[in-house]
Ligand binder design. Sequence first.
Ligand SMILES: [Zn+2]
Ligand SMILES: [Zn+2]
Length: 357
Amino acid sequence: MIHESVCPRCGEPSPLGLCDRCRLGMAVLLQTPDAVEVTACPVCGSHLVRGRWQKGDKPIEDLISDAVAGEIRVHQDLLDPEISISVNKKNPTQYRVTVTLSGEFGEIPAEEERTVAATVRRPTCERCSRMAGRYYEATVQVRGSAGAPAPEALEECRKIAERATETSFERGDRLSFIQETKVVKGGIDLVVGSTQQGRSIARAIHDRFGGSSRESYKLVGAKDGKNIHRTSILVRLPRLKAGDLIRARGAFLEVRGFEGKRTACRSLLDGNRVYLSNEEAEDVLVVGNRSSAERGVVVAADRNVLEFLDPVSYRTVSASRPALLTAGVGDEVEFLRFRGELLLLPPTERIEGIERS
Ligand SMILES: [Zn+2]
Ligand SMILES: [Zn+2]
């Protein structure tokens, strides 16, 4: 006699107790919440996650879909589960979400569907309301050290400020925004939402240009028993900028960049690295900048001297060869004029060390 295992529930053959069909009939394959709530700012698209505003510009449907997906539970015995979520708008604040699950339960294909009601709340986030309310904590004042900085330098500072603002915001400083950029006598004023953000702007400008900054505070009132301060961060751009050819320590030096409070230079002739303090940098003689260098073609060359065609006089002129300049006859070289002298510049890419972006 063959002893056949049967399902105790339905009597069908089943090797191990309950058959798949009966187990499936009793199992809950898909669990979803009945309702979810999504909160997103109508101005900037940031949304609230566990009480914190997060940056983003996802469509509201995606936020709803994510919120539902985050709370779905699938039966552990379902093989190859596939979930699809569709979001349908009923009205501006109410959505209906359909979640469909399919997979294999034992040998049997299985499918289950649930609907979830989604409510959308659209309050203006703290950041957008502060921006609209013209809130600010600090002003970053960008100035030169002798007269206003060049317009290009100010334009670059403005871009640096935008990037630093974006970075602070991404790192969680919700008040990181530029309320206003004012062109003022001597430079620009950046009115910013957070003091921390203002400091990172100052740091980013110094990383690029060197220079120094000074912070001061003003008490502007009190709210809920706490004093309210406004911070001014005065950023002084140094006189020198990268690419400047200067006369210092008895040599011609090219400014390469800034490392903390030091100005990093290269000696034109021997290529040695030289660092100047802030005080030294303020006093040096500026010969010119690489950006305004002229070009000439080499007609004769030896180890120490290059002869090249002066594009102005069309005469052959000669100048000392910088150690890092390998140009030979027929090559084009860059030079600056200084008090009747011609100063050849080494090519930028041959100078290792501090390169600026
Ligand atoms: Zn059964
Ligand atoms: Zn917002």
